[in-house]
Design a protein around this ligand. Structure first.
Ligand code: 4G3
Length: 248
């Protein structure tokens, strides 16, 4: 999976590329994150990337030209590398809400370019000429698109076969089955008067699997009933699941 990222703050991405599961995936070349700074595509000596908004108002707007030239540079690099350019995605509160489904769709693309906005906004003519899709990670405003881009890349990289080590499995993750995760415990057996549920100590594997499934269903029904509806619509609930849900 190759990501190209347009950002005024490329150093931020070491949080993704240098640490943990995502860092290892980059090291093993399962994922590659190429960083592109629009300042490097400026022709003026001041390296200007922003200007005041037409119509007035507070805050600056990112200029179309440096961003346009950066995306053109990325597409030229793809051509040189013999890679098919994937879509250009703007991180924006106006975008489609990110989800596990979108993460797996991005993985199938194989290549995606993220544009991370800074300042108040981006010139609309850059958006019209270059942006194929807009994604939001939630209904809130951040100071830039870098953290949303990293959140999305993390979710996608975890899905690359081999990115998770032995004992970690994306298939077991919460949401891969459309439900919330069940509770987890480790040693000690009693902590501050709170015991690990007996069923997890008994070593009866079918019973433990049933308990975990039921806890997932119970928590999801209580906290996110909308996910139960979707799981049902997607055929992810068995007759046993439905019977258990009716018993609650
Ligand atoms: C405004 C994404 C702000 C326009 C980006 C980019 C939140 C999200 C920004 C724009 C962002 C999100 C940068 N804040 N909810 N800030 O995913 O194109």
């Amino acid at each position: 999976m190759r990501f190209d990222v347009v950002t005024l703050f490329p150093e931020m991405f070491s949080a993704l590329t240098q640490w943990g599961v995502t860092g290892r995936a980059c090291e093993q070349s399962l994922a590659s994150v190429q960083l592109w700074n629009p300042r490097d595509f400026c022709r003026d000596s001041r390296k200007t990337v922003d200007d005041r908004a037409y119509g007035g108002g507070p805050g600056m707007v990112m200029m179309a030209k440096p961003l346009d030239d950066t995306v053109a540079g990325i597409k030229a690099a793809h051509r040189d590398a013999g890679i098919e350019s994937g879509p250009v995605c703007l991180l924006s509160p106006q975008g489609e809400r990110f989800s596990q489904k979108i993460a797996s769709d991005i993985l199938k693309l194989g290549n995606l370019t993220f544009v991370c906005g800074r300042y108040e906004a981006i010139d609309q003519r850059f958006v019209e000429r270059n942006v194929d899709m807009q994604i939001s990670i939630g209904d809130f405003v951040l100071s830039g698109g870098e953290i949303p881009a990293m959140a999305i890349m993390d979710a996608v990289i975890r899905l690359i076969p081999g990115a998770l080590g032995d004992g970690e499995s994306a298939a077991q993750d919460s949401f891969m089955n459309g439900l919330l995760d069940y509770p987890h415990y480790t040693r000690p057996e009693v902590y501050e008067n709170l015991s690990v549920p007996d069923v997890l100590l008994g070593g009866h594997h079918a019973k433990m699997a049933d308990w975990r499934r039921q806890k997932s269903l119970e928590l999801t029904l209580r906290l996110r009933p909308d996910l139960i509806e979707s799981a049902r619509a997607n055929g992810l609930l068995t007759r046993e699941d439905e019977q258990f849900l009716r018993s609650l």
